[in-house]
Design a protein around this ligand. Structure first.
Ligand code: NOJ
Length: 766
């Protein structure tokens, strides 16, 4: 009987297997035939194209709303008509897109549709928290949903391509662009990169709500010296392969359609001319099949880098493997003559043109050049109730509670609360930098959210200070979208008003931080604390003796030593997006419980930078009893808030780490687990983090490396077991010969609530 059942079961399994195989073969077969059709179509088209028209496809021009460099693209419509443009960016809305697309498909000789790109970085019109904030949620599903929502809005608005995700690892918070990335960790960065690429690209470009992603900035842009934007980078291959490359590769593996080269040099050669980087690494090693675009005027800038004249840098770029020239227009000027001279092979131009035409084909532009974009679709998809609710969810989950003494948070609405600071009523800065299509007027301020929930006149308010008092800084920020107008009251008047208001209250909530333009591109800072005038306000408020909660809105880790030492609570909200106000109000009053964890180390002072958790041990690790060990005389080695740190209104207790074995064999696995309990009063989420240390290797290894994490929800009193599987592959790293190896030896496993955890177990890889 048992035998019969077993036989039936086996037959059934065989049947299912056969069906699956048939489906797979069928799917592969239909993919192959789709590829063959595309191939035929593109070949046919290219046969009809002149050399100039092929080079025209490589030309990407900026038309419309935003620019991030000199305004160079002139006579665009005429060039489109002549077939000298492959795509444009900075134009969106179905009407504006249609206007240019119609020229391409009715007036150009071969009627090849244009690609429309744009920097949809953290939402298109519904704005989500800045990427650094989103990464602090450690919620990959959430991040994926924000990318999907952004793609849905962007595609409805006529766009085909976003210049996102930015996956540059950075360990320097002086660099303003840390706001656009996922922080300092290669593993987390890779996971976020995958989630975003899949969110944008969905199941492929045949989905009208998907857009092509663009992995940027390849490579090492986040390692610019001294955190100064566009500056030189220089690093060992060891560090490149082990610490900086993984997120780019993860994004490529996840199916990213395009890659953007970075402004910086890699090994002495600008990324845009770096054949090793583009051709060897990206294409040959990683198998990237899509097209590579430069950054804004990337080819032109190589003249300043000292790589040669216009002709030379154009030759270098195409020969290195660049497909699309963003804004320089050097390809259309130079390649027509370079090709016959033999310095540039026609095959290189053909390959670039083919890759771009293939992208257009996959997008379905040869069938529907508008890809279903219409005013009706835009009205339905853009800023829908669902997307706004996602924006609020993302804002809540991105917040990080940095300090909360004596449980001053959550606030009790029955108390007298004074909201003080230039950001309490502010809307302009909430959507942060790189929110081009978003309208700050649609962002809900904290004050408006408070009035909506609690009625007018419930809370006290004072502005307290100008967001930026320093005139020189204001003059740098205002021409680029800033609208920082100094108050008609003097700084002294503003402070004394704030102090009087604070004196009437039981608790003060100071809402301070950066203006949106103080982080992002070309927004490096050498001092990353709160501005002096904001600090003066805090010092005056401190003298009132009232409990002070600091709510921060900013785009990078700040230096907060004084604030940490003197204030009662600190809530980091980043630039939280369209729904910032309601999200912050919910968190302050306990309707939501913060659960974010910082994904970039917060230093104690600028002198500690670069400071990151996965550093090497040195031959003289710190020992307080010894003089000649690695340290500063004036500040501890440890940062103020380490990677992975963040509090909750509740508390979590971790059991010791348990392992299913102490020996890991080359084809085996060990399970590491902990039990996590909610020991506080509130339901809350915890990011359980799993780190490994390789104690000895053929090259030096970091003191800890993140290898996994899980975000869990626990009610008060509830416990959960969290398990991570350790495999030899997980222990692999690039050795001195740049080979990926797992070396036998001793390892430590850490599981805890931040990178500083000491909760550890040990095992050996045989
Ligand atoms: C320059 C920036 O570096 C890049 O990230 C962006 O995508 C382009 N400009 C296009 O706006």
């Amino acid at each position: 009987m048992l035998f019969l059942n077993l036989k039936k079961y086996k037959d059934m399994r065989r049947g299912i297997f056969a069906v699956c195989l048939a489906l797979l073969v069928c799917a592969c077969g239909s993919k192959k035939s789709a590829d063959a059709e595309m191939d035929k179509f593109v070949k046919n088209l290219m046969r009809k194209m002149t050399l100039e028209e092929k080079i025209g496809q490589l030309n990407l021009l900026s038309v419309g709303f935003d620019v991030t460099g000199p305004i160079l693209s002139q006579g665009v419509e005429d060039k489109i008509e002549k077939g000298l443009v492959g795509g444009v960016f900075n134009t969106y809305t179905p009407d504006a897109v249609k206007k240019l697309q119609d020229i391409a498909i009715t007036k150009s000789r071969l009627k090849i549709p244009l690609l429309f790109g744009y920097d949809v970085i953290h939402g298109h019109k519904t704005i989500f928290p800045i990427p650094l904030g989103l990464s602090a949620s450690w919620d990959l599903d959430l991040i994926n949903r924000t990318a999907k929502a952004a793609a849905s809005e962007a595609s409805a608005d006529g766009l085909h391509w976003t210049f996102s995700p930015m996956v540059d690892i950075s360990r320097d918070p002086r660099w303003g662009r840390v706001s656009e990335g996922s922080g300092e960790d290669p593993y987390l960065g890779s996971e976020v990169a995958k989630a975003m690429v899949r969110g944008y690209e969905q199941d492929g470009m045949s989905n009208p709500e998907a857009v092509m992603s663009c992995v940027k900035h390849f490579a090492l842009y986040g390692a610019s010296e001294a955190g100064r934007d566009y500056n030189t980078t220089d690093m060992s291959r060891q560090r490149m392969y082990n610490e900086y490359f993984p997120p780019y590769k993860a994004a490529v593996d996840a199916g990213a359609s395009t890659v953007m080269t970075s402004f910086n040099e890699v090994d002495g050669i600008p990324a845009t001319a770096n054949k090793w980087l583009i051709d060897n690494m990206l294409r040959k090693e990683w198998g990237f099949q899509g097209f590579v675009v430069t950054d804004y005027t990337g080819i032109m800038e190589m003249v300043q880098h000292g790589m040669g004249n216009k002709t030379k840098v154009s030759e270098l770029a195409i020969n290195a493997g660049i497909d699309m020239d963003m804004v320089s227009e050097y390809f259309i000027d130079e390649l027509p003559a370079l090709a016959p001279s033999g310095k540039v092979k026609i095959e290189a131009i053909d390959a670039a043109c083919r890759r771009i035409l293939e992208a257009k084909y996959k997008l379905g532009l040869f069938t529907d050049p508008y890809r279903g974009a219409s005013a009706e679709r835009a009205a339905k998809q853009i800023m829908s109730a669902e997307k706004l609710s996602l924006s609020k969810e993302a804002a809540i989950k991105s917040m990080v509670l940095l300090k909360n003494d004596r449980q001053v948070l959550p606030l009790n609405a029955a108390k007298k609360i004074a909201f003080i600071g230039p950001l309490v009523k502010n809307q302009r800065d909430l959507i942060g930098n790189w929110s081009g299509a978003g309208s700050w007027k649609q962002a809900v301020s904290l004050w408006d959210a408070l009035e909506t929930s609690y009625g007018k006149g419930k809370f006290l308010y004072a502005k307290g200070c100008n967001l930026v008092d320093d005139e020189a800084l204001r003059n740098k920020l205002n021409p680029h979208g800033g609208s920082i107008i100094p108050d008609s009251k003097t700084p002294q008047q503003l402070i004394s008003e704030a102090v009087q208001t604070a004196q009437q209250s039981d608790v003060v909530v100071a809402v301070l931080g950066e203006s949106f333009g103080m982080s992002g591109e070309a927004a490096s800072r050498s001092g990353i604390g709160l501005l002096d005038n904001q600090k003066e306000l805090l010092k005056a408020l401190k003298k009132t003796g009232k409990p002070i909660v600091l709510v921060l809105m900013n785009g990078r880790p700040l230096v907060l030593q004084w604030e940490n030492d003197n204030l009662d609570a600190i809530l980091e909200t980043w630039f939280a997006g369209t729904q910032a106000g309601p999200a912050i109000a919910e968190a302050l009053f306990g309707a939501a419980n913060p659960s974010g964890k910082v994904t970039m180390t917060f230093p104690r002072n600028v002198g500690q930078i670069p400071v990151y958790y996965n550093h090497k041990n040195t031959g003289r690790p710190f020992d307080a009893t010894q003089k000649y060990t690695t340290k500063y005389l004036d500040v501890p080695n440890e940062p103020l808030y380490p990677f992975g740190y963040g509090l909750s209104y509740t508390t979590f207790k971790y059991s010791n780490v348990a392992l299913t074995g102490q020996i890991l064999t080359s084809n085996g696995a060990i399970e590491a687990s902990v039990s996590v309990s909610n020991t506080g009063q509130y339901a809350g989420e915890e990011v359980v983090q799993f780190y490994i240390r390789d104690l000895a290797g053929s090259v030096t290894r970091p003191v800890k490396e993140l290898k996994g994490f899980e975000k869990i929800m626990l009610n008060p009193g509830e416990s959960k077991d969290v398990k991570f599987t350790i495999t030899p592959e997980m222990l692999a790293f690039y050795n001195a010969d740049l080979q990926l190896v797992s070396e036998p030896g001793e390892f430590h496993v850490f599981i805890g609530g931040s990178s500083a955890t000491a909760n550890k177990a040990e095992f050996t890889l045989k």
